[in-house]
Design a protein around this ligand. Structure first.
Ligand SMILES: Cc1cc2nc3c(=O)[nH]c(=O)nc-3n(C[C@H](O)[C@H](O)[C@H](O)COP(=O)(O)OP(=O)(O)OC[C@H]3O[C@@H](n4cnc5c(N)ncnc54)[C@H](O)[C@@H]3O)c2cc1C
Length: 579
């Protein structure tokens, strides 16, 4: 049964593409997409690279179990320490949790070299089917590598849907990755994650043993939000609804630089569908990619804001007009039958009615897309979970940071190509979930859009504002970082270790010892969290988001590491004109 929803938000939705594209119109080739190559694999923007000695692509739970067993046997025979991580060919985490550690290159046999490892990446791209359905109970059984968008499409075909707020805005994520990171949408004190609709998990431990665990079990509490430490999730049973319950869904997108926010709500409605669907800047026409590429390069390349008076006006205007992009909805354009439809062409609307599944998540499919499928933009998210009671203080502090950090060096009004977003949820009983044991969790998210091509050599323009907010959220507010949206340094800040922020960490470690005593599934980044090991400083480490700078050498060339004006205890890399 189709269900319709009426999202509501402030009436300031205008297509961001038209405005961003107006900046500079020079045709440049779009960067190549990140992709898996042999044993190398990388994150979607290519910023995190991993190297495995072997990649396995099982298509069934049994194949996964057999692969783990045979690699365990081979590693044991060779005297090598085995490491296995589950992910997919192009992953969306912005940290190295999906990576196996690099194996030390040595011509000697393991017994002689003394430091021998074997890293195996499990790609779930072929573990992505629908296994069955129970129509009477509206249950679906799927493999964990299925993309959220495909899961929602299957629900739509059957007239079912998850509750409002339980999806992920971006449907290109895998169900396994979403469950392992507690990825979410928004529902205040309600079902804000797909973990809420899980009824059973089938998973494989480090010995290759297959388990099936109900949602209300300690094993499920170890697996959900557990970044794959205890086992690899292979199959998931979810409970759907015929007509989706109206949960208290609200996302708030805030632009402190222009003093505006917009809200996005979804609610059940009896109105007929107008074909509206989520589409936060998803698809593009082919000619748009080189234009956006050039515009982003011009924006990020102007590090000292020399073109401030021009760019400032254009940047702030485009920020104003695109302020609801994080919750963008649009209606596909209907063209005369002879012309046919133009894929990806749609009109943004501020109010619309659409199928529940189309409102729960979106993806670019195979079409060109601004920030996916090799598009020219990279998204730089950071996200922390804090208690609602701390939100007022966080907002006041964030306003202060925006006000004080953007003023330096004169110039006109400055705006970021990004926004702050608040999403809401409920406390989780899962042991390592970001919301574990919380009363009224709020996800505070800061987002920047930047040139994918320049992201290796330059930080995002005015990115130091969000660098300071990142330290503030982590150290002043004790926020718990989203494992898929933060960087190496967020998890290893020497002054603000994370291990004690999860009240059930002890239980998680017990489960790890039971199901993975050899720490086969433990990625190096989690080992450092456990050991409270701080990041190491090296030239350029702040640019690579491996550290927070303490001297200029840690910044991009030409940038200086200076104390924040609003919070001098935090330092950030700034260009000369903005110090
Ligand atoms: C464009 C984009 C959009 C995003 N949208 C959202 C959003 O709407 N909401 C949100 O909360 N986050 C979002 N994220 C953040 C984040 O990357 C994802 O939440 C998360 O990492 C899932 O992405 P993935 O499927 O690529 O998983 P991966 O990055 O591949 O994996 C995430 C973690 O889970 C582990 N894992 C993966 N599969 C399994 C499995 N089967 N069993 C056990 N462990 C497993 C991996 O080893 C890794 O540690 C987005 C990121 C990007 C780049």
């Amino acid at each position: 049964m189709a269900t319709s929803f009426a999202p509501r938000r402030a009436p300031n939705a205008v297509a961001v593409r038209a405005l961003t594209l107006a900046l500079v119109a020079v045709a440049l080739p779009a960067p190549r997409p990140a992709r898996a190559d042999g044993g190398s694999y990388a994150s979607v923007y290519g910023r995190v690279g991993c190297a495995a000695d072997a990649v396995v692509t099982p298509s069934s739970t049994q194949e996964l179990a057999d692969a783990i067993k045979s690699h365990a046997t081979a590693a044991k025979a060779a005297g090598a320490a085995l490491k296995i991580r589950a992910t997919h060919a192009v992953f969306h985490s912005s940290s190295s949790f999906p990576c196996v550690p690099p194996s030390p290159a040595s011509p000697l046999p393991c017994a002689l070299s003394g430091s021998c490892g074997r890293g195996v990446a499990v790609f779930t791209d072929r573990l992505a089917g629908v296994l069955g359905a129970d129509a009477g109970r509206r249950r679906l059984r799927v493999q964990a590598g299925i993309k959220v968008a495909e899961l929602l499409a299957e629900c739509k075909r059957r007239g079912w849907a998850p509750p409002i707020g339980a999806g992920t805005t971006y449907g290109g994520l895998t169900l396994g990755g979403v469950l392992a990171t507690n990825a979410h949408d928004s529902a205040y004190n309600g079902p804000s994650t797909l973990a809420h609709i899980v009824t059973e998990l089938t998973w494989v431990d480090a010995a290759g043993t297959i388990h099936t665990s109900p949602r209300d079990s300690d094993d499920a509490r170890a697996l959900l939000g557990g970044i794959g430490l205890v086992g690899i999730i292979a199959e998931v049973e979810v409970a759907l609804q015929g007509t989706t319950n109206a949960t208290p869904h609200l996302s708030v997108t805030w632009h402190p630089d222009i003093g505006l926010y917009s809200t996005f709500t979804k609610e059940a409605t009896g109105e007929a569908s107008t074909g509206a669907r989520l589409s936060p800047l998803a698809t593009m026409q082919p000619f748009e990619a080189p234009l956006l590429d050039a515009a982003l390069k011009a924006w990020d390349g102007d590090v000292n804001d020399v073109a401030g008076p021009v760019f400032g006006a254009v940047g702030c205007l485009s920020t104003f007009l695109t302020s609801p992009t994080a919750s963008f909805i649009s209606v596909p354009v209907g063209l005369p039958p002879l012309v046919g439809s133009v894929p990806g062409l749609a009109i943004p609307v501020s109010d619309g009615v659409g199928d529940a599944n189309d409102m729960l998540g979106c993806s670019c499919g195979g079409l060109p897309c601004a920030w996916d499928n090799g598009g020219p933009a990279a998204v730089e998210p950071r996200e922390f979970v804090i208690e609602l009671s701390d939100l007022g203080g966080w907002i006041a502090d964030t306003r202060r940071v925006y006000e004080q950090e953007l003023k330096q060096g004169g110039g006109g009004k400055r705006c970021l190509l990004g926004f702050v977003m608040f999403q809401f949820g409920s406390g989780s009983d899962a042991w390592l979930a970001t919301t574990s044991g919380m009363r009224e969790p709020v996800h505070v998210i800061t987002m920047l859009t930047k040139s994918r091509a320049l992201s290796y050599s330059l930080p995002a323009k005015f990115g130091f504002v969000h660098d300071i907010l990142e330290q503030m959220s982590l150290c002043k507010y004790g926020g718990r970082p989203h494992p898929g949206k933060n960087s190496e340094r967020t998890f290893t800040h020497p002054g603000c270790p994370l291990a004690d922020r999860y009240p059930q960490m002890g239980k998680l470690l017990e489960a790890q010892a039971r199901y993975d005593p050899g720490l086969v599934f433990e990625p190096p980044l989690f080992a450092r969290i456990k050991a409270r090991e701080g990041f190491r400083l090296s030239p350029g480490c702040d640019l690579r988001k491996e550290c927070f700078c303490s001297e200029d050498a840690h910044c991009a060339a030409g940038f200086s590491c200076v104390p924040s004006r609003a919070f001098p205890q935090f330092r950030a890399c700034k260009p000369p004109a903005l110090i």
